[in-house]
Write a protein that binds this ligand. Sequence first.
Ligand SMILES: C[S@@+](CC[C@H](N)C(=O)[O-])C[C@H]1O[C@@H](n2cnc3c(N)ncnc32)[C@H](O)[C@@H]1O
Length: 333
Amino acid sequence: MSATINLEKKHFPVLLDEIIKIISPRYSGTFLDCTFGQGGYSEKILENPNNKVIAFDRDAKSIKLALKFKNHFKDRFEFNNKKFSQIKNIDTKNVKAIIFDLGCSTDQIFDDEKGLSFNFKGKLNMKMGLNNFSAHDVINKLDKDDLTKIFKFFGEEKDARKIALRILEARTRDNLSTEDLVRIINKEKKNYNYKINKSTKIFQSLRIFVNQEISELIYGLINAYKLLPVNGYIIVITFHSLEDKIVKFFFKNYAEEKKVSRYLPSSKHINKIFELFNKKVIIPTEEEIKTNPSSRSAKLRYVKKIKEGANFDEFLLKFKKFLEIEKIGRKLW
Ligand SMILES: C[S@@+](CC[C@H](N)C(=O)[O-])C[C@H]1O[C@@H](n2cnc3c(N)ncnc32)[C@H](O)[C@@H]1O
């Protein structure tokens, strides 16, 4: 039986060689691919006949491909149509690494039903799968202050308030579609960086909010730590600065020795639970970016778990504001 299944794919797996370099010389075993997508990582990991992959993806469209994997790799492959914040109750005896390749795949970006891009026309959506509300609900139902917070904190959009105000004015007449939103943004944004489309930041903020990407990442990382046996690896690829800030803090903060108080020297070492590799982040080579331009913003960070018993209160506190903003979504459930 061949090790690959030769599928026609639009998605190039990002930093694949670097991922394989991290995991393969060390051992064979079970790997959790938390973002199965087009199966690029899973397929490569399964080339080693001693490896098993337990995969997750929130997008129901992954199920068809996952079935092909199941037929081909049999017991060495398992798939769960679940969000990665829910990775629990798995037999993790032999798990060697848990991998997250965040964001969306090229197939999803070109899927007009999902409407992830500002180039599409029609009803706003942006749901990757297993969502409670869509971008249509956000743009047409939330008030000005809520929209401002989403655009400002998840998109770092300088004109957040002005754009939120225009949305409120426009929607008294209509239900706003993707092209209406793009028109409002184009009219409202006078000064902008010509290298990126005027709509990029607002669309990014909506995608993060609709898919609750901040809480997904934070609880995904915490659960990965809890599941992973000592000596296992957590490997994450991020694509925007907010994701990267969260991963960097999680890895760096818990890879350091800390004193709780200078009056209590014996309570040192409470929180060093990771060994951090590559203090400098790993990024794609120029050659990879040339073949796959959408890899240009990718950043890879990884750690080895060295201890059980961590307490993540500080992590949750650090990103409390972002978690609170995502909770605005509960108004739409
Ligand atoms: C960048 S793609 C992964 C590509 C994959 N590494 C490959 O080589 O084909 C990200 C995938 O993660 C999925 N995803 C994003 N957030 C998720 C979450 N919170 N839980 C589960 N899957 C998620 C998306 O649906 C998408 O299929």
